[in-house]
Ligand binder design. Structure first.
Ligand code: ADP
Ligand code: MG
Length: 265
């Protein structure tokens, strides 16, 4: 357990799609579980990629994050086991795509996930809770920021990366100021890094200059084994633990856990 018995809730967020949020959530969880951390992944994206990537077929997604956010089911009842020991999941389906509009009509619309977490005492039941956010700054993402202690931002090493980042950081600041004062940045992780590409190097160095120590030392390389893993219904770390992408996620987990004091240095 981290922080005197309190598990840490981390939203994995970036309003851009395809930057590595889901890949980061499931592989970070798998690497943490390998060192005995009990992890819950909350799939908060209607695309359900985290659920698919963990091998959970649609028929097994009976109670989903939609039901939890809408208050139609208790969080505990939505949790299912995955093939990865110590990694549990609240799955999602396309139902969740209607949640933004429906939430807008509900009282406490920003606090729905937080209330479900509190009621189920998730932060004492797990070492880490990773929320895989949708690619938008929608009410669902705001719910994740309100429920979370921290935000982990995967950033793809490409030209427009920094542009989207300032809006994301502004949104996090706004949530901090009004809805969740304890929210902080866990870190920025550079993804799909290609050392042969000068632009990748340039973006990485700009981001480090701009954000300093908030950026993890570990960079996740672009690696075809990572992109193959989801179609096999397993995290890259299980599909091929030796590939450079998997090794990078182990290194990211080590850095994160060490920063948290959750791993002997
Ligand atoms: P997001 O959740 O931000 O939309 P994903 O994690 O689903 O992004 O990644 C988008 C796509 O890129 C997926 O097909 C995924 O398998 C692939 N991908 C993610 N990270 C890498 C990587 N480091 N190298 C190669 N492909 C990757
Ligand atoms: Mg995703």
């Amino acid at each position: 357990m981290t922080q005197s018995g309190k598990g840490r809730i981390i939203a994995v967020a970036n309003q851009k799609g395809g930057v590595g949020k889901t890949t980061t959530a499931i592989n970070l969880a798998t690497a943490m579980a390998a060192v005995d951390k009990h992890v819950l992944i909350v799939d908060l994206d209607p695309q359900g990629n985290a659920s698919t990537g963990l091998g959970i077929d649609r028929a097994s997604r009976e109670i989903t994050s939609y039901d939890v956010v809408m208050g139609a089911a208790d969080l505990q009842d939505a949790v299912i086991e995955t093939e990865v020991p110590l990694v549990e999941l609240i799955p999602s389906t396309v139902d969740l795509s209607g949640a933004d509009l429906e939430l807008a009509e509900l009282p406490q619309r920003n606090f729905r996930l937080r209330q479900a977490f509190d009621l189920a005492e998730v932060s004492s039941a797990y070492d880490y809770v990773l929320i895989d956010c949708p690619p938008s700054l929608s009410l669902l993402t705001i719910n994740a920021f309100v429920a979370a202690d921290q935000v982990l931002v995967p950033l793809q090493c490409e030209f427009f990366a920094l542009e989207g980042l300032s809006l994301l950081l502004k949104t996090i600041n706004q949530v901090q100021a009004s809805l969740n004062p304890q929210l902080s940045i866990n870190g920025i992780v550079l993804t799909m890094f290609d050392r042969r590409n000068r632009l990748s190097e340039q973006v990485a160095s700009d981001v480090r200059q701009y954000l300093g120590s908030q950026v993890y030392e570990t960079m996740i390389p672009r690696n075809v084994r990572i992109s193959e893993a989801p179609s096999h219904g397993m995290p890259a770390l299980i599909y091929d633990h030796r590939c450079p992408g998997s090794q990078a996620y182990i290194s990211l987990a080590r850095e994160l856990l060490t920063r948290d004091g959750a791993l002997a240095a």
